[in-house]
Write a protein that binds this ligand. Structure first.
Ligand SMILES: [Zn+2]
Ligand SMILES: [Zn+2]
Ligand SMILES: [Zn+2]
Length: 621
């Protein structure tokens, strides 16, 4: 009997399962550690200045790295510990070679007649997706021993098998659809999974569970955020948000879009709107409009039609944003009165035009990252426009020692820093921007450092000399006067009060870009998608963005499935690794390294030190 032999050839399991003697202990330590990781020491909990809508607490909070901020904003109440009983049980799914299992059973005596052996079979006709119906019978003819069982339990209050629900959630969470699951099963020498229709039904169920999870997460995020604000007379919280729209396909043909709104303080998602120009069911009935049959169908269908937008893709963004703003009071008891949007103000204009909050204005904030880039792009286009035209000193704007690309990059970096380091005061910010221009054109004969910050810690070497009583500073490569005159209007424009006042929040849209990435990872742009797929992707992304991998536990629970020991443990590990990774990433040291690397890639031969000093604060530039 070959299978028997096969079984014998398997090395005997060395360790018996002893019920995770060690895991309980290590688990406790791990939780404590991860909690420490997640909650860094609070930087001087200053008492909130109640004059500002946004408290000081909020300002210091904003300085933390994004993922830490999100974790920190999470309620400090310990997350539900996994059931201790569970540790005592072997549970979850394994890949089992069915021949091995068959061999194991064959080595057993029949429990009924105690003479025959148990043979094992699979009823392929009765398989339900990934759940197989296995049968045990006795080899003795007269014996009636017969047992059949499915390889998966069913979800609570549902006819669906747990394994199928899990497989659909798992595949959609990594951006793989039915095709992907089928291909996976193929290589694994498994029976094919459920058919496409069944997969679609599972997607719908998982989508509903993910929606409940995401909505709950966003409500909690909004409640938590209120600690940073004071309510107005009506008891409504007026808050600042960063909003962005993202498209499934580039260009005009995009039929799906997602608009998200995040808090500028905690960085958590507060609301999302999925926009769709197409509906699968409507598509099937195209051309039948006007018939009685169609009218009858439409009567029912209109309430659940997936298409919720008919305009151009370009205005999908604004329409989604409007929907989100219009429901903010009812949904979270908040008004989004400060709006950090991308460069084009289409959405903001629509919000103003629609008078969403009546008397209360919605002010537009600028993304510091985008504004910073304006200096570079304006100087580059100035240089291009000027070309070889001679300036007042008879030379062109470019060339050695003049407005080189390297110099432009440098000025852009300083401009960004001038904004970021002066988010407390508009005058200081304006001064800091103009200081760059004055400082850069200073020469030994003609120093112009009045706007540079004084003191021994100043980034300006000239000012450091003054406070230390030394005279070490040398003006190494000042911008020639004619060039300085040519770029002055750019500095003037970019130190404009109304522009810079929209940068006082100091925030960027990087977080929006991050959540957009999470969404399309789960509904890849390359494969076909339907509305439920995009919705599921969005809800999973929002949950993950706000709460990390443990959002999957909540989705499973919402599906009537106990996530299980291994799932909980893996989620915890994924989140732990994510925080550790982002902390390391955010450390100043590695930031510097990345900048250096970027510069090298650009072909800069000078080291960072030579380029801008050890750092902006202490270096000499
Ligand atoms: Zn028997
Ligand atoms: Zn429809
Ligand atoms: Zn200076």
């Amino acid at each position: 009997m070959p299978p028997k032999k096969k079984f014998r050839s398997i090395p005997r399991k060395k360790n018996k399962f002893k019920g995770n003697r060690y895991q309980k202990k290590t688990k406790k330590i791990e939780t404590e550690q991860s909690r420490k990781e997640a909650l860094p020491e609070t930087s001087g909990d200053s008492s909130g200045d109640e004059e500002h809508v946004e408290t000081e607490k909020a300002a210091s909070f904003k300085n933390l790295p994004a993922s830490v901020r999100k974790m920190k904003a999470e309620s400090s109440d310990s997350s539900k510990e996994s059931n201790d009983d569970e540790l005592e049980h072997v549970n979850g799914f394994r890949f089992i070679d069915i021949a091995i299992l068959a061999a194991v059973f064959e080595s057993l005596l029949c429990p009924s007649c105690k003479q025959g052996h148990v043979v094992f079979d699979e009823d392929k006709e009765s398989k339900m997706g990934l759940a197989s119906l296995l049968i045990l019978k006795c080899t003795t003819r007269k014996c009636s021993f017969y047992k059949s069982f499915y390889t998966s339990a069913k979800a609570n209050n549902s006819k669906a098998f747990e394994v199928n629900r899990r497989a659909v959630l798992a595949t959609r969470n990594i951006g793989v659809g039915h095709q992907g699951l089928a291909k996976f099963a193929c290589v694994m020498n498994m029976l094919p999974p459920m058919n496409e229709n069944a997969y679609r039904d599972h997607v719908q169920a998982v989508r509903d569970a993910a929606e409940r999870t995401a909505k709950k997460s966003m409500s909690e995020a909004a409640d938590k955020l209120k600690e940073f604000y004071e309510p107005d007379e009506e008891g409504v919280y007026n808050i600042a948000v960063s909003g962005d729209g993202t498209w499934r396909k580039r260009g005009f043909s995009s039929s799906f879009g997602v608009v998200t709104v995040l808090s500028t303080i905690t960085g958590k998602a507060l609301d999302c709107e999925i926009m769709s120009k197409e509906c699968g069911e409507c598509k099937l009935r195209r051309g039948k409009e006007g018939t009685e049959e169609f009218d009858e169908w439409w009567e029912q269908h209109q309430h659940k039609c997936h298409a919720n937008f008919a305009g151009s893709s370009g205005s999908m963004d604004s329409a989604g944003m409007l929907a989100i703003f219009e429901r903010s009071v009812q949904q979270h008891n908040t008004r989004y009165v400060e709006f950090l949007g991308d460069g084009d103000s289409k959405a903001h204009n629509l919000l103003i035009q629609e008078n969403v909050y009546g008397e209360i204005d919605i002010s537009k904030l600028e993304c510091v990252g985008h504004v910073q880039k304006r200096l570079g792009s304006r100087l580059r286009s100035l240089k291009k426009r000027q070309g070889t035209t001679r300036l007042a000193d008879g030379k062109a704007i470019g060339g050695k020692g003049r407005l080189t690309d390297k110099r432009i990059d440098k000025l852009q970096v300083y401009y960004g820093k001038a904004i970021r380091q002066n988010t407390h005061d508009i005058d200081c910010m304006q001064n800091a921007v103009m200081a760059i221009w004055h400082h850069s054109k200073s020469t030994d004969e003609n120093p112009d450092h009045d706007l540079c910050p004084p003191g021994e810690q100043s980034w300006c070497g000239f000012q450091r000399d003054i406070s230390k009583g030394t005279a070490d500073y040398v003006h190494e490569s000042p911008i020639p006067e004619a060039v300085a005159d040519a770029i002055y209007p750019t500095f003037e424009a970019l130190s404009d009060e109304s522009l810079l006042s929209r940068c006082l929040h100091g925030g960027t849209q990087n977080q929006n870009e991050a959540i957009n990435g999470l969404i399309w990872q789960r509904a890849t742009k390359e494969t076909h998608a339907s509305t439920p797929t995009v919705e599921l992707a969005t809800f999973l992304a929002v949950g993950h963005f706000n709460d990390g991998s443990k959002t999957l536990l909540t989705v499973l629970e919402a599906l009537g499935i106990d996530p299980g020991y291994h799932c909980r443990k893996a989620c915890k590990k994924l989140d732990h690794d994510r925080i550790r990774h982002s902390r390391r990433k955010s450390q100043e040291e590695s930031k510097k390294r990345r900048r250096q690397l970027r510069n090298y890639k650009k072909g800069f031969t000078e080291t960072l030190e030579a380029r801008e000093g050890p750092s902006y604060e202490a270096g000499a530039f």
